[in-house]
Design a protein around this ligand. Structure first.
Ligand SMILES: C[S@@+](CC[C@H](N)C(=O)[O-])C[C@H]1O[C@@H](n2cnc3c(N)ncnc32)[C@H](O)[C@@H]1O
Length: 282
């Protein structure tokens, strides 16, 4: 309780964090991503949810999308028949999600979009209860990953599902990337230097891999949850705050809280480990 009070009162505003170079402007990147959104990408996003949850639809389910970003996965969940509640800490991400709602579900009472933080206990206690708590690639970008995981998990009641994706811990490599991302967010110079070095590097790597595999890896990337390779390069390069965890750490944190692991897609590289847990006991 005291910890929660201290955490809330230490919270800086989004604008302060940006000004002090402590946060990537995810929402701006998502605004640019939305111009490349197609029906095909939306379908791929829907399939990514169905495959991990091993379901055909989400009819009759209440879904909370924590850190909705572009809003694509809120839209996918809504298309699959769920009642959706989306929130994000970045006002530009909130605007993206609202834009998708007004484009695809204008005036829909079954899709709420608002600004909020998963680290804000008072806000979370106002959102209600959900069959599926979805937070993909978010909790490690909050600045307090374990508190964020704890808060997201605390929303799950018996039989509710928690679907999270958390960056894999690669020890020294992860520590190096934390420094690069921090430098990117530090200001104009940081952005210019890191982009000048890494964007051509990412581009060349993808080009070489396209040649080796004889397929266009730039275009094929969309098979990855409907994402766009260029926007994901910037999301990766600038994505700060940045924390990581091993599969074991996540499991050891959630299992004692009554969560059983139902599905996992893990990596040995620098991407995310994806987990589907169901809360089976208190
Ligand atoms: C990498 S994006 C992921 C977006 C989306 N979930 C997806 O899968 O495409 C991370 C998002 O988390 C949001 N975020 C960061 N800290 C947050 C917090 N404390 N509460 C809610 N959202 C947060 C960012 O603003 C950003 O939109």
């Amino acid at each position: 309780m005291i910890n929660k009070f201290i955490r809330q009162n230490n919270m800086k505003t989004f604008e302060q964090e940006i000004k002090q170079g402590q946060r990537f402007e995810f929402g701006k990147n998502w605004q640019s991503f939305l111009s490349s959104l197609t029906d095909e990408r939306i379908k791929i996003a829907e399939n990514s949810i169905k495959e991990m949850l091993q379901v055909a639809h989400l009819k009759g389910k209440r879904v909370l999308d924590i850190g909705s970003g572009s809003g694509l996965f809120s839209l996918a969940a809504r298309n699959l028949g769920a009642k959706v509640h989306s929130f994000d800490y970045d006002p530009a991400s909130v605007a993206c999600t609202k834009m998708l709602r007004s484009r695809y579900f204008p005036g829909d009472p079954n899709w709420i979009v608002e600004k909020g933080s998963v680290l804000d206990g008072d806000f979370l206690s106002s959102v209600g209860s959900f069959d599926l708590i979805y937070s993909w690639g978010v909790l490690h970008h909050t600045g307090n990953m374990w508190a964020a995981i704890e808060n997201a998990a605390s929303l799950a009641k018996k039989n509710n599902t928690l679907f999270i994706a958390i960056y894999n811990n690669q020890d020294g490599r992860s520590r190096l990337w934390t420094k690069i991302k921090k430098f990117y967010c530090s200001g104009l110079l940081g952005r210019a230097i890191t982009s000048t070095i890494f964007i051509p590097y990412f581009f060349s790597k993808t080009l070489i891999s396209s040649v080796i595999r004889s397929r266009n890896e730039f275009a094929a990337y969309k098979k990855n949850r409907g994402m766009s390779i260029m926007h994901d390069w910037f999301d990766w390069l600038g994505g700060y705050p940045f924390e990581v965890a091993t599969v074991e750490e996540i499991f050891n944190f959630l299992h004692p809280k009554g969560f059983e692991l139902k599905n996992i897609r893990n990596t040995n590289h620098s991407g995310t480990n994806q987990f589907v847990f169901v809360k089976e006991s208190d």
